[in-house]
Write a protein that binds this ligand. Sequence first.
Ligand code: AMP
Length: 613
Amino acid sequence: MTFQELGLNKPILRALADQGYERPSPIQEKAIPPALSGRDVLGCAQTGTGKTCAFAAPILQRLAAGKASGRPIRALILTPTRELALQIQESFEAYGKNLPLRCAVIFGGVGQAPQVERLKKGVDILVATPGRLGDLYGQKLIDLSRLEIFVLDEADRMLDMGFIHDVRRILSWLPARKQTLFFSATMPAEVQGLVDSLLKDPVKVAVDPISSPVEVIDQKLYYVDRGNKTKLLSALVREDGVKNALVFTRTKHGANKVAGDLVKAGISAAAIHGNKSQTARQQALADFKSGAVQVLVATDIAARGLDIEELSHVFNYNLPDVPETYVHRIGRTGRAGHGGTAVSFCDSNEQEERKAIEKLIARKIPVVEGHPWPMEILEPLPRDKKGRVVNPEDAEARAAAKARRQERDAANRAAAADRKANAAPARPADAAQPSRAKAARPAKAAGPLEQTPSAQRTPGEKKRARGYRASATLEEALTATAPSRPAAAEEYSDFYKPDPLASDVILDATARLLAPKSSPAQPPRAKQDKQRTGAASGGPKRRGGKTKSGGTQQAQPARPAAEPLAVPKAKKKRSGARGRGGRPPEVTLRTGSQKDSTEQPSLMKPYYLSRDD
Ligand code: AMP
């Protein structure tokens, strides 16, 4: 059977061919013809069977054939999770790329404004999760009165996730006359109730739980502690047979870190994720496809839409939260009938995810025993408020770093106050100027702040604790924020030698600063002052506040700020939007040749200035 024989039109056939689909999967064979003829369909099929194409292709064809004045929403696909919603929307975009139809996706957990903006421009096909659809409908931002086709995807999961009431409410908003395509892997009584009330004389199609794309993949599971995953990954990538590998991490930061560690281990690797520019991503992909890069490390979102054929290995560095994502990930290595290997790492905190995956695919993933880094931490590690795993060692290091920071801040305050007191002996007038007198009494100011638990501090106190303070003069600002020598002397002995060039270790940034420079036109004095002051207060925050490794971070001043990853030819692009405000306006001082933050005079100059006095 071919797609052509199912009655699909040329634009869709071309798009499916571009996807590398050679022949329809069983669910597509069974569901596409009745769906094309306008019949209701009840499909018993799971993710991984090709069910998205089974409903998307006929919807696209029917909408393209009909006409509607204006651009009302003519097809609605309701699906339980954001991940599924995004995947479905991508499938519509891919299969409908040769058709003049517009598709949009809405889901919760993100701001609604861009989604509303998109809806206002008019969409033919809307993919939605129940919560956000309900919100926007309630705000009268969505009109479903001219709906022609409705898809209820993964109805049994809607039930599991407690969305069944939302679904019933949404059904009441839809026109009575419409085509309904209904998919559910299982048929619990409540789902059967929905089927009976919703579908009219449906064609029933059922396929085995997971079809060929996953069958041909050799799946393996390694139990390994999270701290040993990269070592295991490097060892496995070096093994024969890994021609090219796509490694999935949970976060963008994780993708960068893993790629960097692989590069350090001598493996050509690149990270690809949403923070990289489009050009950098395309370049990394091109290098991966050409074989110049052996390993591409990606987040799920970045990996979507990556068109990679003949992928020999997929590694799940982190198991996905949503079990269907596992099927999608590993499906990348089994494309177009090619076999492949999917290797998953599971640490003590990922047991729930593993169980959910094995439940979905209705089998156990074969476990590889006897590898060099067997799992030793058997109990799950605690998680923080944001659900992130807290490694006790990291937590200790962070606490130690915090204590050091507080000690240093207190010493800074005391030193600044001493300097001030020495420079300006108390005048009688000070008594009449409460604000100045207050500034000259550091012990009193520092005391309560140190004793106040951070949660109870006012924003101003928190800022001061991080090293911010109002300075009367530029010089004071520069000296006050530089770490005091006595407090940091041991740790930074090289760094604080009177002459930076006398040190055994000369920082790159130091060398660059001291090197003669053909500087661009100097900014006016006031601007310079502002920039220096801004850098002085911004420095400690960046250095101490955002780093996970805590204690170790301060001991690495000689390391470049940005680790280069193996992204050959890809230019590093600095984004203007750096997130979390508070950065000083350094950009104005950068020249075209400056490439990383260590080269910015505004970061380093204050420390040298402070030594001169
Ligand atoms: P789905 O069940 O719709 O989530 O699809 C699972 C995976 O199979 C996706 O990665 C699809 O791109 C892929 N797929 C769907 N239909 C076909 C087909 N006819 N031939 C090859 N791959 C397919």
